[in-house]
Design a binder for this molecule. Structure first.
Ligand code: HEM
Ligand SMILES: N[C@@H](CC(=O)c1ccccc1NC=O)C(=O)O
Length: 284
C-alpha cells in the first residue's frame, strides 16, 4: 500500500506496544478527561453534550490564562519585561480563540436550549471560580464574589489569595516606578484587594511614555499589550452577552441575576482606565 493507492504507508518504526510505556492517552489522562461529561437530561437531549463541552473547553483555557497571568505578574516583579510580554501575548491569543468559540454554541437554538435548561437548576457561569480568578488578576476585584464560593473551599482559597495579592497592573506600575517614572505613592501602596479606580496622575505618567516612545519603548509596548488584552477580554464578554440574548432573550439567569442587563453592565468596566484616558491627551 502506498500514497498512489491513497494510503500513507505505516512506517516500521511506528510504536504499537505501550505495555509499560507512556502513551498519548496515558500522558493526557484522556480516560478521565473524556469521562467527565455527564448530561443530566432524561431522555438524553442531543445538544446537552455541546453545552457541556463548550464550558469545559473554556474552563481549560481559563486554567491556562490564570497560569500565564500569574507568570506575567512574577516576570514583571523580576523586571523581566520581555518574558512578561510573551505571557500576555499568549493570553490574548487564548482569549481570541475563546471568543471565536462562541459561534459553536450559537448553533444552539432557543428552543433546543429551553428543552434542557431545567436540568441546570441554579448553576451558572457566574459561579466559575477560574473566570473570577482571571477578573481578579486583571484588577476587577470584588470581595463579595467570594460569597458564591462559601461551600467550595478550594475555589474560596484560590480567590481569597488572588483578592489579597497584587494584580498584573499593580506589578506593571511598580516596574514603571522602578524605571524612574512618577507613579504616585498612593498607587504603589494601595489596598490591592480593592477594585481599581482611575488615578489622574497616572494618566500623566502614561502621557510621558506615549509622547516619548523612543525613551520608553518597552513600557510603551507593554502598555499596548495590556490594551490588547483588555480589548480581547471585552470581545469575549460581548459575544457572551450576544449569545445569551439570542438564546434566552431577557429571561432572568439561572444564577439569579437579571440576565442580559446584568451582563451588559460589565461592558462598562475597564481594567486599565489610564491607558484609555491617555489616548484623549495624545497630540492635545
Ligand atoms: C446558552 C449559553 C449561555 C447562557 C444562556 C448564559 C447565560 C448567562 C447569564 C444569564 C449569566 C448571568 C448570571 C446568571 O444570572 O446566571 C451568565 C453569566 C456568566 N456566564 Fe454564561 N451563559 C451561557 C454560556 C456560557 C459559557 C459557554 C460560558 C463559559 C464558561 C459562560 C460563562 C459565564 C460567566 C463567566 C458568567 C459571569 C459573568 C460576569 O460575572 O460578568 N456562559 N451567563
Ligand atoms: N445562566 C444560564 C445557565 C448557564 O449558562 C450555565 C449553567 C450551568 C453551567 C454553565 C452555564 N453557563 C453560563 O452561565 C441561564 O440562565 O440559562
Amino acid at each position: 500500500m502506498s500514497i498512489e493507492d491513497g494510503v500513507r504507508p505505516f512506517e516500521e518504526g511506528v510504536r504499537t506496544d505501550f505495555e509499560g510505556r507512556m502513551s498519548y492517552a496515558g500522558y493526557l489522562d484522556l480516560d478521565r478527561l473524556l469521562s467527565a461529561q455527564h448530561p443530566l437530561s432524561d431522555p438524553a437531549h442531543h445538544d446537552e453534550l455541546l453545552f457541556i463541552i463548550q464550558h469545559q473547553t473554556t474552563e481549560l483555557w481559563l486554567k491556562l490564562i490564570v497560569h500565564e497571568l500569574r507568570a506575567a505578574r512574577a516576570f514583571l516583579d523580576d523586571d523581566e519585561l520581555s518574558r512578561a510580554r510573551k505571557s500576555l501575548a499568549r493570553v490574548k491569543h487564548i482569549l481570541h480563540s475563546m471568543t471565536d468559540q462562541w459561534s459553536v454554541l450559537a448553533t444552539l437554538t432557543p428552543s433546543e436550549y429551553a428543552e434542557f435548561r431545567g436540568v441546570l437548576g441554579s448553576s451558572s457561569g457566574f459561579q466559575s471560580a477560574q473566570y473570577r480568578a482571571v477578573e481578579f488578576l486583571l484588577g476587577n476585584k470584588h470581595g463579595r464574589m467570594l460569597e458564591v464560593f462559601r461551600s467550595d473551599a478550594k475555589a474560596h482559597a484560590l480567590l481569597s489569595e488572588l483578592l489579597d495579592s497584587p494584580t498584573v497592573y499593580d506589578a506593571f506600575l511598580r516596574l514603571v516606578a522602578r524605571r524612574g517614572l512618577a507613579v504616585p505613592a498612593e498607587v504603589l501602596e494601595r489596598d490591592v484587594s480593592a477594585a481599581w479606580v482611575e488615578h489622574p496622575e497616572l494618566v500623566q505618567v502614561f502621557r510621558e511614555v506615549y509622547s516619548d516612545t523612543t525613551t520608553h519603548w518597552e513600557l510603551y509596548e507593554t502598555s499596548e499589550d495590556l490594551v490588547d488584552l483588555e480589548d480581547a477580554f471585552q470581545l469575549w464578554r460581548f459575544r457572551h452577552l450576544r449569545t445569551v440574548q439570542r438564546t434566552i432573550g431577557f429571561k432572568t439567569g439561572t444564577g439569579g441575576s437579571s440576565g442580559v442587563a446584568f451582563l451588559r453592565r460589565a461592558l462598562d468596566l475597564t481594567f486599565f482606565p489610564e491607558l484609555i484616558s491617555v489616548r484623549t491627551e495624545i497630540g492635545a
